[in-house]
Write a protein that binds this ligand. Structure first.
Ligand code: BGC
Length: 411
């Protein structure tokens, strides 16, 4: 049995661009249209209209929290022009979650930005800090009753992504690489460049500016969410590990020292050698995004974040596996949770576990990798819960990690 603190959040996460559909005013939409090799998000899962059904499935399974985002590109279609209708739409989502007894965890920015913002230079432009602050100020009135707000998703990935986006805008489409997919074809991982620390520090300023607004205008606990990569050193590469881990992760965790919580997002591990990240070798156990099967990554991430932040409470805002085998998802999650609660037993303050993802969604340039607790038919938009959804709900209800999953319902 898990020793689950009262008020612990059990749920799942999504991001607007990956599920809503037709996010036509965003930088990602235009990139998808113009970059060879990228699949289109299109209608996505039409969650923009079907969010009630998504939340209901989550609540019926026994989960009590849902992390979802509000989409900047919809809320601010032109600089300083805010859509009251879109703000009302997201307020309806928050109300629906509260009505169903689900704690909403709201992300304000998850990779995609308005197209005009990208045209201004995106996060490469210092003005982005003020732009983001103004947007957050406009969103804050709809956040009443929301206990958890994540300002920026994975600033460490975003810092890297911003450089890639910029080169694409300058016409160098060959540089496009999905930030989250390593060698889907089963080859070795193309190593992503290190995030530019200058952009990282700017994102830190944007986060702090947003935090000031939110602390003044809402009662929410405020944090941001970090891609935790459970780095480890190849033999005799300890110094390189410290250097790379700082650039790719610790710089961002340090910003969280003054936050109410830090969102941790762990999937796999990454070895560091003399030239930085070592490409993952092909292995039959690798996930659909090319990463090694490493459920222990969550506990490594939790302990590391706890240490670097000096004791900021943790919320697992993402953890999961890209697999077409749901039994494998259950085994992965079972082991990840065992490690997480071991860390909690050793004194790490963990406030919740939100699985990535609620739905099989658009994986940033690809539809292939499936992370969801719920399958979605992309033609009819029919949702089919997988056994992992009720299994996770049963753990949330009972705290018993040894639960067996229910048999799969035939389609
Ligand atoms: C992102 C998600 C993504 C997931 C799985 C994280 O990097 O926040 O948007 O889908 O990992 O790759």
């Amino acid at each position: 049995m898990l020793n689950v603190p009262s008020g612990f959040l059990w749920g799942a996460s999504t991001a607007p661009h990956q599920i809503e559909g037709n996010n036509v005013n965003s930088d990602w939409w235009s990139q998808e249209l113009h970059t060879p090799g990228m699949e289109l998000s299109g209608d996505a899962l039409d969650s923009y209209h079907r969010y009630r059904e998504d939340m209901q499935l989550l609540a019926e399974a026994g989960l009590n929290a849902y992390r979802f985002g509000v989409e900047w590109a919809r809320i601010e279609p032109a600089p300083g022009r805010y859509s009251r209708a879109e703000l009302a739409h997201y307020r309806r989502m928050i109300d629906e979650a509260l009505r169903l007894g689900i704690t909403p965890v709201i992300t304000l920015q998850h990779f995609s930005t308005p197209r005009w913002f990208a045209d201004e230079g995106g996060w490469l432009n210092e003005r982005s800090v003020d732009r983001f602050r103004d947007y957050v100020e406009a969103v804050s009135p709809i956040l009443e009753g929301v206990p958890w707000v994540c300002t920026i998703n994975e600033p460490n990935m975003l810092a890297m992504l911003s450089t890639l986006t910029q080169s694409i805008q300058q016409g160098d489409v060959s540089s496009w690489q999905s930030p989250t997919v390593d060698g889907v074809e089963g080859g070795t991982q193309p190593v992503l460049p290190a995030p530019d620390p200058e952009i990282g520090h700017r994102l830190g300023r944007a986060h702090v500016a947003a935090r000031e607004v939110l602390k003044r205008t809402t009662d929410a606990a405020v944090g941001w969410t970090i891609a935790n990569q459970a780095f480890y050193a190849a033999p005799e590469n300890e110094a390189q590990l410290v250097h790379e881990r700082y650039l790719r992760e610790d710089l961002y965790l340090e910003v969280s020292r003054d936050d109410d919580f830090v969102g941790i997002q762990a999937y796999s591990t990454q070895e560091i050698g003399p030239n930085g990240p070592v490409p993952h070798a092909s292995h039959p156990d690798n996930t659909m995004v090319g990463t090694p099967y490493r459920p222990g990554a969550l506990s490594v991430a939790a302990r590391h974040a706890w240490q670097v932040t000096g004791g900021t409470p943790l919320l697992v805002t993402e953890n999961g596996i890209a697999t077409s085998d749901d039994a494998r998802r259950i085994e992965y999650t079972r082991e990840a949770l065992a490690g997480l609660f071991d860390a909690a037993g050793d004194g790490v303050d963990v406030r919740g576990y939100l699985h990535w993802s609620l739905l099989d969604n658009y994986e940033w340039g690809h539809w292939g990798p499936t992370f969801g607790l719920i399958a979605v038919d992309r033609e009819t938009f029919v949702r089919t819960p997988k056994p992992s959804l009720s299994w996770l709900g049963d753990i949330a209800r009972s705290g018993d990690l040894e639960q067996s999953p229910a048999a799969e319902t035939p389609a």
